[in-house]
Write a protein that binds this ligand. Structure first.
Ligand code: ATP
Ligand code: MG
Length: 444
């Protein structure tokens, strides 16, 4: 992409309406544009990042055997009346009427709809487990939408649902998602800690929120900080090892404020290990048994001829919120440097030539390198504007492209000035750079 032809509307200064760094940066580099309160358009840079996050989320869902579907955003009120949540959900639900005067709504979540899909087709225990997910827009009319896309009204979520024949199998499904979440956040280079959580209006008794630390987070958390040293290497999709994995995390006290108990905390966690701080919820998993299957009459035939309601769980990841959460976790606001993890960076490398009005040699050289990268499938952006070099570098530090090549008027020969964002430059040959980037692509 040539920056002169791109739609990346960068602002000179931080917009004053934004209170936290992710919101400031997203507006500043033109990733999003507010269209009305709590509702945003995603512009090319932001959209590319979100789509790459979505791809990682999807791959990790597929790895545990979840099947992707797509449910609509608009739902009928009927199924919500069946579950009893039409009244319970309250003002967060956006209710609409169609021309026949039928009560419809913009889905805030999909337990009812997916249970309806399940019950119409699956009749026997032999078809279980079923793990279904979709990645779709949700609408919640939040009381106080704020912090840009972090707490907005329309947002993009991955929500998955599990259906099992008994509690034991259902907990196995739950643990598969537990593992899949650890892996997803690790690939996004985030330390997201599973914390015992309240189940709230979804109901049920087993639940974890996945939280990353950030001062601007809205969740208060109480943890044994040794939990941050855990790493989920080597876990396989097997009942026992998944149980062990969850136990490994659960041995450390780690809860959000709804579950907090001062006495317990002080008894279980030595003073030097206590950490009370704030975080951002990026995912939430629940096991709620037959809460919805009973209300919606979703049952299967059991081996002995009896019938029982299926046992369900649900599993959300805030795909759009993650874009902001990753900025909160990684942006250096002193230096004004953002660095996207390579796997989700909007471009993998930026070519920054020093361009003088009458001398186009640097631009020609840059264009040749650009073509070479393109031929190797490397997603490249080239700054063909005539801004001065320091403001170009500043711009790319803000945008957060992980690697840069700087081409001055004196740079000739085979060696290029190559740098990882925020680090010192090195001189490398183009073949070496291509090799390095291809290796990084394969790793991700
Ligand atoms: P919160 O406590 O932040 O309101 P929640 O418990 O209501 O979240 P869930 O219903 O579990 O959220 O939704 C799954 C995920 O969707 C959350 O973990 C979060 O990442 C994301 N999410 C929820 N509400 C919003 C919102 N208003 N804006 C952006 N993302 C959201
Ligand atoms: Mg909420």
């Amino acid at each position: 992409m040539f920056i002169s032809k791109s739609f990346i509307p960068i602002l000179k200064n931080n917009p004053s309406e934004a209170k936290i760094k992710s919101h400031q940066l997203m507006l500043r580099v033109g990733m999003i544009k507010q269209s009305s309160a709590g509702i945003y358009s995603w512009l090319p840079l932001g959209f590319k990042i979100m789509k790459k996050i979505e791809k990682i989320v999807r791959e990790e869902q597929n790895k545990i055997g979840a099947q992707e579907i797509l449910m609509p955003t608009i739902q009928s009120s009927e199924i919500w009346k069946e579950s009893g949540r039409y009244d319970d959900y309250g003002e967060e639900m956006l209710r609409i009427k169609d021309r026949q005067d039928r009560e419809m709504l913009y889905g805030p979540t999909n337990e009812e709809l997916v249970t309806d899909i399940f019950r119409s087709s699956i009749k026997s225990y032999k078809s279980l487990p079923q793990l279904l997910y979709h990645i779709q827009w949700k609408f919640r009319d939040e009381v106080r939408p704020r912090f840009g896309i972090m707490r907005c009204r329309e947002f993009y979520m991955k929500d998955a649902y599990s259906f099992d024949v008994n509690d034991d199998d259902a907990v196995f499904s739950y643990n598969k998602f537990f593992l899949s979440y650890l892996k997803t956040f690790k690939r996004l280079e985030l330390t997201a800690i599973p914390m015992a959580a309240d189940t709230g209006p979804i109901g049920g008794n087993l639940s974890h929120e996945f939280i990353i630390l950030a001062d601007t987070g809205e969740s208060k958390i109480f943890t044994d900080k040794r939990i941050f040293d855990l790493n989920n290497e080597g876990s396989v999709l097997e009942k026992k090892s998944l149980e062990d994995l969850r136990k490994k995390y659960e041995q450390f006290y780690s809860v959000t404020d709804e579950k907090f108990n001062k006495e317990e905390f002080e008894k279980e966690v030595k003073e030097e290990n206590r950490l009370i701080t704030k975080g951002i919820e990026v995912g939430h998993i629940f096991y709620f048994g037959d809460k919805y299957s009973k209300a919606l009459n979703a049952s299967v035939d059991l081996p002995g001829g009896k019938k029982d309601f299926v046992k369900m769980g649900s599993y959300g990841i805030g795909v759009s919120r993650l874009v902001g959460a990753i900025i909160e976790a990684r942006y250096d606001d002193q230096e004004e440097i953002m660095k996207w993890p390579f796997s989700i960076a909007p471009y993998e490398i930026a070519i920054i030539p020093m361009i003088n009005k009458n001398d186009t040699t640097a631009l020609e050289k840059a264009s040749n390198i650009y073509e070479h990268f393109k031929a190797n499938n490397i997603d490249t952006i080239i700054d063909d504007t005539d801004e001065n070099i320091s403001s170009k570098i500043k711009k790319f530090n803000l945008i957060g492209i992980p690697y840069q090549i700087i081409i001055g008027k004196n740079s000739d020969g085979d060696l290029l000035e190559f740098k990882e964002i925020g680090k010192d430059p090195k001189n490398l040959k183009i073949e070496e750079i291509v090799k390095l980037l291809i290796k990084l692509k394969e790793k991700n």
